[in-house]
Design a protein around this ligand. Structure first.
Ligand code: SAM
Length: 249
């Protein structure tokens, strides 16, 4: 395999955007995780000027673009065609097009499609530029009260109980904060599993519906937090944070 290294210079790009648009670039554009006001000026400019917007769900992203007053060609890039489409998208970047990659919410590539096309562009020495912005786990961590100097993002755990319990056993003595994504359907069971495996004093944080109307952030020992999930039929999206062993709030 031929490796090509190329430097990008974010400072130069910063100076230039939004006045001059950089073509032949893959832009990784973060979009809101709920509150549409969280979109950055730079993200709006890139989405406006890109040749094409690659997105997970053309309907969801179409709505965002409509909210921004933009009508753009959309390219469907999702978990089911990611492997096949990564070279096609990279071809377009190589041909001089500017491709803006977004996901349904937050930062692409993080528990969302994108890694493969970024790797493909990097292998070919093409320019990849992040347009930073919302990310559910960073937002949750920043407001959790749990240690932030060392953390591990583990994304979604496998659905099978045995694998989840193995994961929890493995972090019993962890010295860093662990961060996970969890669906509302499993949050009650998962918090019960944390309580059972890591004990009542382990500090956890549940961050629900961040940036939205029903935003709720609960931080405390598992013995206090887990019962609050019981029988509540909670809806919405969750980030779960587990503090290092021995951490006291
Ligand atoms: N790429 C996204 C990011 O940057 O955060 C994450 C996408 S992942 C497919 C979706 C998961 O992120 C949800 O199941 C939930 O666990 C978490 N999530 C997304 N938005 C959230 C929000 N507003 N509040 C809490 N968790 C959220």
């Amino acid at each position: 395999m031929k490796w090509v290294a190329r430097l990008t210079c974010p400072r130069e790009i910063d100076k230039l955007t939004p006045f001059i648009f950089v073509s032949g670039t893959l832009f990784i554009v973060a979009t809101p995780i709920g509150n549409l006001s969280d979109i950055s000026e730079r993200a709006k400019t890139i989405l406006r000027d890109a040749s094409v917007v690659a997105c997970e769900d053309t309907r969801t992203s179409g709505n965002l673009l409509q909210h921004l007053g933009l009508k753009k060609p959309l390219f469907a890039y999702h978990e089911h065609n990611e492997q096949r489409m990564a070279p096609t998208l990279a071809d377009r970047v190589a041909a001089g097009e500017s491709v803006a990659l977004i996901c349904d919410a937050g930062t692409p590539t993080l528990s969302d499609p994108g890694f493969r096309v970024v790797r493909e562009c990097r292998r070919r020495g093409l320019t990849v530029t992040p347009i930073p912005g919302p990310c559910a786990f960073i937002a949750a961590l920043s407001a959790s009260g749990l240690p932030t100097h060392a953390f591990r993002y583990a994304g979604f755990l496998p659905p099978k109980s045995a694998a989840r319990l193995r994961f929890l056993e493995g972090i019993r003595d962890a010295q860093e904060t662990h961060i996970l994504y969890e669906s509302c359907h499993r949050i009650e069971k998962f918090t019960a599993e944390i309580l059972e495996t890591l004990g009542p004093e382990r500090v956890i944080c549940l961050a629900r519906e961040l940036t939205k109307l029903h935003e709720t952030i609960l931080t405390g020992p598992a013995a206090l937090i887990a019962p609050q999930m019981c029988g509540n039929n909670l809806r919405g999206e969750f980030v779960v944070l587990i503090a290092p062993a021995g951490f006291v709030l």
